[in-house]
Write a new protein. Structure first.
Length: 538
């Protein structure tokens, strides 16, 4: 090996691992010992015969302390035995003095130091890498967003440093955010700190979690609506039922949108149907931990199986069975003890509070993939549940009417992963300054209020890249199967409130006398039906 080649090999080993075990020696006859402030020169500048030598010239030297330094171009390959003023005199420019060095076995060596560590090695680390305004030493390993990077010496040009990073697609992509915000897509993107540092695969694995329906479920016939009126241009369930629509929650790092959307839709509809008598928020944790047959907890689940569980077993309130899987990424074991008499069951929140009520739903029914029918269902009965095929730019949505930007080829695989379930709570139209009308759905997500428009988002009704209208479900709360200590009082209060609402509608001339009387008789009869346990007869 040539003498310069040996310097390069040893130098690289020191740079990367800061230690070296070797049996080869540097074979330049002499070299400078330390680049201290008092030996900065001039050297090449005053060398007899001219300051610099082309190529390799082992005689192109200048004394420095009790050693020598080189002014030939070959020394620039490693920058390890050049004179201190070589760069300024022979190359041009006046780089900043290098003050960083090497640390070996807890001892720091300045740049240019020669020391023995099983063999004689040279500390020549020079320069580094600058990323986002931060300087990293050669040999540093650090994280840049979701990728791990190493600042290393360029193999083809050892006098330069280069950055080597893993090639993961990140959940937050600053370049895409800039492109979306600089264009006219109808929506804006943002950098979310709780998504920063995560890969796109992390987002798919932990932030979604709804399995696409099986072919058998997809063959479910939608309900037939008797008549579909012309819906208004805009509608928001939060305005019609201001105290009954539950706030956005955060599923955290648990792929359980299947449980969150199911519990949220059931909570909203139960509050609406009970006229606010049952306003409690239902527990997604109960579903995640206890609805285990055919489900994967924090790794995904099916909507039809979740609704089957609500119909068959019922669900408790969130205060009784609070959410915890978002911080553990674990479904946990079911803490609801089975008992024929629910009054003997304690809530998992403390183990001391007796269970007050278990709420059930009817089987879900499907709404046809028709804008008008979806609108009428929401306006009459409350929010519906929908499945969304997520695109990678959706994670960065901040405001406006979302539609897939197609800025770059989608990195989301077209498979069973990448589906998400949400609540559709309304719709509207946004008119841009250009005169373009953007028709949208108003949806509630489960990524917390810091995402999107306080946890909500608007998504285009004009294109169905996300398949949001392809599978829409609704459900009724089953007051007949409600289990509660004060069941009779609950049902009586519900009947009274419905009676009052019907009377108000009649006074506003929104229904016929015959229609009102029929509903009133039904309410009066229902409020009286109960069995020996205080439960309504089915």
């Amino acid at each position: 090996m040539s003498k310069h080649g040996i310097v390069l090999a040893i130098g690289i080993m020191v740079t990367l691992i800061n230690t070296s075990v070797c049996d080869k020696r540097l074979n330049r006859k002499k070299r400078f010992i330390e680049m201290a402030d008092d030996v900065r020169g001039p050297y090449c500048e005053t060398k007899p015969g001219g300051p610099c030598c082309p190529g390799r010239d082992d005689q192109c030297t200048v004394p420095i302390l009790d050693s020598i330094c080189y002014c030939d171009m070959f020394c620039n390959i490693t920058a390890s035995d050049c004179c201190p003023d070589f760069q300024r005199i022979c190359i041009g420019g006046n780089p900043e003095p290098i003050t960083r060095g090497c640390r070996v076995n807890g001892i720091e060596y300045r740049v240019g130091s020669v020391f023995t560590n099983n063999c004689t090695v040279l500390c020549f680390i020079a320069g580094g890498c600058r990323v986002n305004g931060i300087e990293y030493r050669v040999g540093s390993v650090f994280t840049n967003n979701c990728n791990q990077c190493t600042c290393r010496r360029n193999p083809s040009n050892p006098n330069q440093a280069e950055l080597s990073c893993t090639d993961e697609v990140c959940l937050v992509q600053p370049d895409m955010i800039q492109l979306v915000n600089n264009a006219n897509y109808g929506w804006k993107a943002a950098n979310y700190s709780f998504f920063w540092g995560k890969t796109l695969n992390d987002g798919i694995k932990y932030r979604l979690g709804t399995m696409p329906p099986s072919d058998q479920v997809l063959n479910m016939n939608p309900i037939i609506m008797d008549s579909v009126d012309q819906p208004p241009e805009s509608f928001d369930s939060r305005q019609k039922w201001p105290n009954y629509i539950h706030p956005v929650r955060d599923q955290g790092d648990c792929a359980a949108s299947w449980a969150f959307s199911t519990a949220a839709v059931a909570s909203d509809r139960l509050a609406i149907e009970s006229e606010g008598v049952l306003p409690e928020e239902l527990s997604p944790q109960h579903l995640i931990s206890c609805n285990v047959k055919g489900q994967l907890g924090c790794e995904g689940g099916y909507l039809d199986k979740a609704w089957w569980f609500l119909r068959k077993n019922g669900i408790v309130t969130d205060s009784c069975y609070p959410y915890e899987s978002g911080s553990t990424n674990n479904a946990g074991f079911c803490k609801m003890r089975k008992s024929k008499n629910y009054r003997n069951v304690t809530c998992p929140n403390s183990g001391e509070e007796l269970l007050e009520k278990i709420l059930h739903s009817t089987p879900p029914y499907r709404i046809r993939s028709n804008e008008r029918e979806i609108m009428m269902e929401i306006m009459k009965n409350g929010p519906v549940q929908a499945i969304l095929k997520v695109k990678e730019d959706f994670f960065m949505y901040k405001s406006g009417v979302y539609s897939y930007s197609r800025i770059q080829p989608d990195n989301m695989a077209d498979d069973d992963k990448g589906y998400h379930s949400i609540r559709i709570i309304g719709w509207g139209v946004e008119r841009q300054s250009s005169g373009v009308e953007l028709k949208y759905w108003v949806c509630a997500n489960s990524w917390g209020p810091s995402w999107g428009e306080n946890g909500y988002f608007k998504i285009s009704r004009q294109q169905n890249d996300t398949k949001i209208e392809s599978f829409v479900l609704a459900v009724w709360g089953n007051l007949w199967r409600l289990k509660a200590d004060n069941i009779y009082e609950i049902r009586k209060l519900v009947a009274q409130r419905k009676k009052l609402r019907l009377l108000t509608e009649f006074q506003n001339d929104s229904g016929s006398v015959r229609h009102y009387n029929r509903k009133l008789r039904r309410l009066e009869n229902v409020s009286k039906l109960k069995d020996e346990n205080g439960l309504l007869k089915v």
